[in-house]
Design a protein around this ligand. Structure first.
Ligand code: FES
Length: 128
């Protein structure tokens, strides 16, 4: 077992917000070329805020902990605030990740940002 922080273990063993939101406002999917793992975020947006966020992660323990942490960090934030969440911040919030697992944190914020971009694209289409 690599050297995981307590917070990583906590989010890995008790992941928060797992699943898919119903009738999502935006969907973001990313794959990790290093290991082939996948992460899918769905968000529900209301008044420019992330009202609900869920994810499905097909990946290692660190990736699961990362997605759980991202979902907690993003919930209730405005879209602009959520766009500013970085993969580095996520890893920091988790109390760090072992060096060989840093790549796992790269999926988290990327998938969230993709879901926000997906939402914004749809808004443009329906507004335009
Ligand atoms: Fe694939 Fe961690 S080993 S995301």
């Amino acid at each position: 077992m690599p050297d995981y922080s307590e917070k990583v273990m906590d989010h890995f063993t008790k992941p928060r917000n797992i699943g898919e939101v119903e009738d999502p406002s935006g969907v973001g999917e990313v794959g990790n070329p290093v290991c082939g793992d996948m992460m899918k975020f769905t968000i529900k947006v209301k008044d420019d805020r992330i009202e609900d966020v869920k994810y499905l992660t097909f990946g290692c323990g660190a990736a699961i902990a990362v997605s759980s942490m991202v979902s907690e960090m993003a919930k209730g934030k405005t879209l602009d605030e959520a766009m500013k969440i970085t993969n580095k911040q996520v890893a920091e919030e988790l109390g760090g990740l072992p060096g060989n697992k840093m790549h796992c944190s790269n999926l988290g914020a990327d998938a969230l940002h993709k879901a926000i971009e997906n939402y914004r694209e749809q808004e443009q289409v329906s507004a335009g």
